[in-house]
Design a protein around this ligand. Sequence first.
Ligand SMILES: C[S@@+](CC[C@H](N)C(=O)[O-])C[C@H]1O[C@@H](n2cnc3c(N)ncnc32)[C@H](O)[C@@H]1O
Length: 358
Amino acid sequence: MNMNETTPNSEIASRMEQDWDARARENAEFYIATGKERWSREDFFRGGAINVENDILVDPELIALDKKFSRMRVIEIGCGAGRMTRAIASAFAAVHAVDISTEMIALARRNLSDLPNVFLHKNNGVDLSGLPSHSSDFAFSFIVFQHIPSRDVIENYIREVHRCLKPGGIFKFQVQGDMTVESAQEDTWMGVPISLEDARALAGLCGFEFLRSSGEGSQYFWLWFRKPKTEWIPKALRHAALEMLKRVRKALQKRVTLAFSVQKIRPGETYIVRIPAFPGQVVDISYEYSPANEAAPVIGVVVEWCQLDSRGEALIPVPVDHPPGRVRITGVRSRTRQGRWCRTDNTIEVAPSELVSP
Ligand SMILES: C[S@@+](CC[C@H](N)C(=O)[O-])C[C@H]1O[C@@H](n2cnc3c(N)ncnc32)[C@H](O)[C@@H]1O
């Protein structure tokens, strides 16, 4: 987001917050579900449960894929007084529900206090900051975006949902699809309408696959966006590759470089290598041996299971059939279960004086 966009968004957000707080104080249940001016608690939550049944639970193949609802973590944007949150919580493992209105969140807190798997967040009306990335399996929003008078804020939410969803996660949400609706930024009741074309563009812009829609052109324009499964894999691979590169580079920096003088290497003799970083440990020492005759190839050798004594000394026996040559120690591998090269928390420095012929 650039500065030009941040300022109006924050102004719109503060207007939305004030208006929704006022609506909550006046008659929260009515502004949430305008079908009735006075709701009994029972009917209010029954209505929410019916919506959850029809708009979420009916769709397991798409929303849950191979998972079980009872193991999924959900984000609900614009939870109001918890009308739908209650039913979502009874079907899913956990719900993180956000709302811009402090008053609505206070009502939801009261209404849902018996549900330990509901986590309520008063948010800033434009993003999901505070919710961790790649952590949720499903995100949902109903009769919320239809009130947001800014396409920019809606786009920002979609981006944020993308951030918070795990790869393969679905965002199902409803927007105002009636393109004849006139929306003004001062009005926090009539939100910006979204066309099918807009919806497709928003999906692409925010990194989603456009999966499905229904109710195009109506107030109940539903959209299903999926965070691509594959997107995470190249990122993860790139990350793993970079990590490996870093490790290799570190190991290379710690390479023990040291050369015997040609005459010091004598077949059948044993030399001592002192590696103070590993006293007492069992290590593999690898070295490259090049016979004095330069034309001959370098032979890479690993001496396994050298037991370094408490001074960090180990013996390198030179086989009897070796011609005189030159040796360069190229690595010391501590015998971890993974057989890793040079532990990164150890510094291996072997000075020529530490390699001595007994
Ligand atoms: C009509 S109510 C719907 C509540 C709930 N989704 C339901 O179906 O019971 C709209 C809710 O969205 C919240 N809301 C409006 N604009 C929002 C925004 N930009 N960010 C988060 N919540 C918002 C309002 O505070 C209100 O609680």
